[in-house]
Design a protein around this ligand. Structure first.
Ligand SMILES: Nc1nc(=O)c2c([nH]1)NC[C@@H]1CN(c3ccc(C(=O)N[C@@H](CCC(=O)O)C(=O)O)cc3)C=[N+]21
Length: 288
């Protein structure tokens, strides 16, 4: 029997519909949620992602502004742009598209984004709050994975979740969110010896390695839920995940496809966080 497909496009659309209703309610109160996307340089992949993000904002009635800066932008110039956006009343969320050119220090840039506008959830304060289980913007990709599991009725408490990959934006926060829902979490990475001996124990396997078709049937336990966070290009330049889908199909109980799995959820949760940021500003105005 083939594995059940977790459809991120469909689940994402359902969430976007409810975000669109919140946007409409804010507009009735004279506030249009606004997202600024900062893009430095002319990386082709980044340009495509950014266009998708803008289209998605507009589709639910949100305002989005692209701040496009040349590859030669200095760090000081970029920081100055972010500070301008921090001050703007019509901008509720700021996303600085990563990766940045090599002469710019990403950590410094991210730390400059006002915490109340950090809809990516990447700033040190947002990460710290997440670790402490305090209310904050959650990083969009792991947040989207949690929604996929929730909407698919997959139990997390008491399950063994194995994460492959330890990036700041996916692997690390992913483990944290699963831990908060009472999973037992194991982190594995490129230096883990005998990886299959760990991944084979997973009830929930999160593949976030960034290597095309890396996870095969030798890594997966019968009946496991397999979440593929990878966005890679194979040798034919076709979009593919970190999981060899056809190899794992039939072994996993559930699996996310690429495209149409985690990717659309990342953008959905960005919209979710931005509308939340706008709602917070309204709430704080009413209090004054
Ligand atoms: N500050 C920052 N925040 C990010 O969230 C961020 C970033 N930088 N840099 C780049 C990565 C990548 N990323 C994706 C989001 C959605 C899809 C997505 O929707 N993918 C579609 C397919 C799109 C296609 O066909 O190319 C899918 O999987 O179905 C992909 C990739 C967000 N990123």
């Amino acid at each position: 029997m083939s594995s059940a497909i977790i459809n991120g496009k469909e689940i994402g659309q359902e969430i976007r519909n409810s975000v669109a209703e919140r946007v409409a309610r804010l507009k009735e109160q004279g506030l249009t949620p606004g997202l600024a996307v900062v893009l430095v340089g002319d990386n082709q992949a980044s340009a495509t992602y950014v266009k998708n993000k803008q289209k998605s904002c507009e589709a639910i009635g949100m305002f989005s502004e692209l701040v496009k800066l040349p590859e030669t932008t200095t760090q000081e110039e970029l920081l100055a742009q972010i500070e301008l956006l921090n001050e703007r009343e019509d901008i509720h969320g700021i996303l600085v598209q990563l990766p940045l050119p090599k002469h710019i220090d990403e950590d410094t840039v991210i730390a400059t984004i006002a915490v109340e506008k950090d809809v990516d959830g990447f700033s040190p304060v947002s990460v710290g709050k997440m670790m402490l289980g305090q209310e904050t913007f959650l990083p969009c990709t792991p947040f989207g994975v949690m929604k996929l599991l929730e909407y698919s009725g997959i139990e997390i408490a008491g399950k063994h979740a194995v994460i492959v990959g330890r990036s700041h934006i996916v692997g690390k926060p992913m483990g944290q969110l699963l831990l908060q829902k009472d999973a037992t979490v194991t982190y594995t990475h490129s230096k883990t010896p005998d990886l299959p001996s760990f991944t084979k124990q997973a009830d929930i396997l999160i593949a976030a390695v960034g290597r095309a078709n890396f996870i095969t049937k030798e890594h997966v336990k019968e009946g496991a839920v397999v979440i593929d966070v990878g966005i890679n290009r194979d040798e034919n330049n076709k979009l593919c995940g970190d999981v060899n889908f056809s190899d794992v199909d039939g072994i996993a109980s559930h699996i996310t496809p690429v495209p149409g799995g985690v990717g659309p959820m990342t953008i959905t949760m960005l919209l979710f966080n931005t509308v939340q940021a706008a709602e917070y500003t309204l709430a704080s105005k009413v209090q004054q």
